[in-house]
Design a protein around this ligand. Sequence first.
Ligand code: ACO
Length: 375
Amino acid sequence: MKVYSGLAGIPVVKSSISYIDGEKGILEYRGIPIQELVENSEFLEVAYLLVFGKLPTVNEYKKFVSDVKKHLQIDSSIINLLEKLPLNTHPMKVLQSAVPVFSAFEDVEDVLDEKHHYNALVRMLGHVPTVLASWKRISNKEDVIPPDGSLSYGENFLYMMRGEKPSKEEGDIFDKCLILHAEHTINASTFTAIVVVSTLADFYSAVSSAVGSLSGRLHGGANERVFYMLSEIKNTEDIPSIIEEKLKKKERIMGFGHRIYKTYDPRAKILKDMLKKLSTKKENSLYRIAEIFEREALKRLGSKGIHPNIDFYSGILYNMLGIPVQFYTPVFAMARIAGWTAHCKEYLKENKLFRPTQIYDGGHNIHYIPAEKRK
Ligand code: ACO
């Protein structure tokens, strides 16, 4: 028997939600190229597409947006809960703790009931931006700003977090970032979500667990670390030696490499193009550093198929939008609610409890030693 370490290359589901060609750098959601969705759609429409398998009609979309917006308001007990947390709690931990609490407000408890899928989706899409923005305000000892349903989904989040209304351009950029982060086949966090739902636990438990999985630095947590790595660079001439030093120490270059993409991550390319356009309007020193860093890192890693991934440029954009660094990965999670929910719903159609096996390589018949005789 062989161990499939990290399950690399092992299909665990059949799925029609998204598709990646890692050699050609192609990503599609429900068959539609990601570039086309970023150009023409908006995040909530993409969320609908991912979860329900088709683009909504005008009326379906109106109802969906209205249902999400109804849930922008969170119960005061959730705010009270946030107010009791230590102010230095990382927002990913706050999110991971808050999501299961949403189930207390849910009427439909049976995970096999499609009403639960819809209710949980609109509740999480509505509540999560408010929880995150409220936590940003509470942890900075600022007043919590109630949601403004007249704004777009992305604009409202920036407004609640920053306390001032964003420009239309800022709202659009943020919305496009959410589209890019909404789904990405069976990665570690999505796998976590379907493992949890395969036990017939509810979608809130699945998403909360997926948030924990996303927080690690080999997955979504990389975007925060890329920002720190680039911010520490004082002189661009030092970049080649910084990279060399990291590789010598066998350190990973954050925001580079991907299990599936062996070429440029198409999402990173879209983010880079967006940044390039923005940087012609506002001088952005971090973007300049990132471009040089990318060029130098590619000289060392490109031939191994290690290129920038989505996390390399996202933080610089979030920084320009006034989002604090600790919120980069939570914003990723906010978008990924769509993908996680889509996979949970799809998986339950032919649910099979995940129960892998192992190859035991420990001993047998080893006898208990009383504490005082142990060495
Ligand atoms: N920097 C330096 N070397 C790297 C990097 C990197 N970022 N990524 C892979 N490598 C090297 C490894 O050191 C290894 O080299 P070796 O064979 O000489 O030991 C080789 O490439 C293969 O590495 P694996 O970890 O086996 O490759 P895998 O496909 O599992 O890696 C991963 C994927 C974990 C994402 C990796 O590229 C990495 O650690 N990247 C940095 C963290 C990061 O940016 N994560 C975000 C990924 S995107 C996302 O999750 C949203």
